[in-house]
Design a protein around this ligand. Structure first.
Ligand code: 13P
Length: 334
């Protein structure tokens, strides 16, 4: 009996050709460079004299095309030091604004125009002025997760990696700490100064519960629990370490332990695993995904943003000048 020639291999070939055509429009990796419509990211960056910065929470493919990946402080330093004309900030708005505050002559691009920060939105300038009038002798320390307007109203800025050092460097004995209440209380435990906390919180870090720590300690007693200081004080007390995102990455790399439970945004796992491939990392709680950080969804967004020079971040000059004082004072101290 003669069987008809199977047709599926033909469809298979057709499908492969079609996928190849579709794939050729997508970025793909060749070694450590990513092709974008035929041009490497390196080529596009050179053409525009651009620098790509990515926060530790960004998705892996964005981290891989970045010149630097880091925490808020490291990225602020890189933005300040850079002699490039254009900075593409793969993060959220307050980060790109901080780069503009430091480098007004540069074009600062934020690939996802809507990438905000609910914690930064918790602080209102009028409200801060009222609190300042209640404590006329107090210094105002603003967490970098704040708007340019709040930075302009503050004496000095800080990030999670230098908050206690910044507070302890000040002459004033009373400190209004805005906008993260959990971070403020964490700093209060590392200083003799009176901290007046603002009651803002990060909705993602607020999802980390003390019951998650108890559950994980039972499930993996050999593992160390590392959390971000935006978590609640009871979570921080029960953890082995509270540190900035890069602090967590450094600590786990240098630790003798082999397993770590991580209480911060899930994007950090990529860098943790890359820096310590022989170790194991688990996320402490469900739902630790920052929707704003994930708005930078693929490499094409970065390419389009560079090609079209939009969305560009700008800061009104009078606000920028005042905010510059707060941010540059921080950079002088650390
Ligand atoms: P880091 O400075 O620790 O990277 O923190 C940034 C942040 O926004 C945490 O939610």
């Amino acid at each position: 009996m003669v069987y008809p020639k199977p047709v599926w291999p033909i469809f298979g070939e057709l499908a492969a050709i079609l996928c190849g055509v579709l794939e050729s429009n997508k970025p793909f990796k060749t070694g450590n460079s990513v092709l974008l419509g035929g041009e490497t990211v390196e080529g596009i960056k050179r053409r525009y004299n651009a620098l790509i910065l990515a926060h530790n929470y960004q998705i892996p493919e964005i981290q891989e095309i970045a010149d630097y990946v880091g925490d808020s402080l490291e990225l602020s330093c890189k933005a300040a030091e850079s002699n490039k004309d254009v900075i593409v900030f793969c993060g959220v708005k307050f980060m790109a604004e901080t780069a503009k505050i430091l480098s007004p002559e540069k074009t600062i691009l934020l690939p996802a125009a809507g990438a905000g920060c609910p914690l930064a939105d918790k602080a209102d300038v009028e409200e801060l002025r009222k609190v300042k009038s209640l404590y006329p002798g107090a210094a105002v320390v603003c967490y970098v997760n704040s708007s340019a307007e709040i930075k302009a109203e503050s004496d000095i800025c800080c990030t999670s990696s230098n908050a206690a050092a910044i507070v302890n460097s000040l002459e004033e004995e009373e400190i209004i700490f805005v906008p993260d209440g959990n971070l403020a209380r964490w700093v209060a435990g590392q200083t003799d100064k009176k901290i007046i906390p603002w009651e803002g919180n990060c909705p993602i870090h607020n999802r980390v519960l003390i019951s998650d720590i108890h559950r994980m300690k039972k499930a993996a007693p050999d593992a160390e629990i590392l959390v971000h200081p935006e978590c609640s004080p009871e979570v921080i007390d029960a953890a082995d370490l509270a540190a900035s995102t890069s602090g967590i990455i450094r600590y786990s790399r240098e630790s003798d332990k082999k397993r770590f439970i991580i209480g911060t945004e899930v994007g950090i796992l990529h860098r943790l695993q890359e820096q310590s491939p022989e170790k194991e990392f688990f996320i402490l709680s469900p739902g630790l995904v920052c929707p704003d950080m994930k708005l930078t969804a693929d490499v094409d967004m970065v390419r389009n943003c560079l090609e079209n020079k939009t969305p560009e971040i700008d800061v009104q000059e009078d606000i920028r000048v005042k905010a510059f004082n707060a941010v540059s004072k921080m950079l002088e101290i650390i």
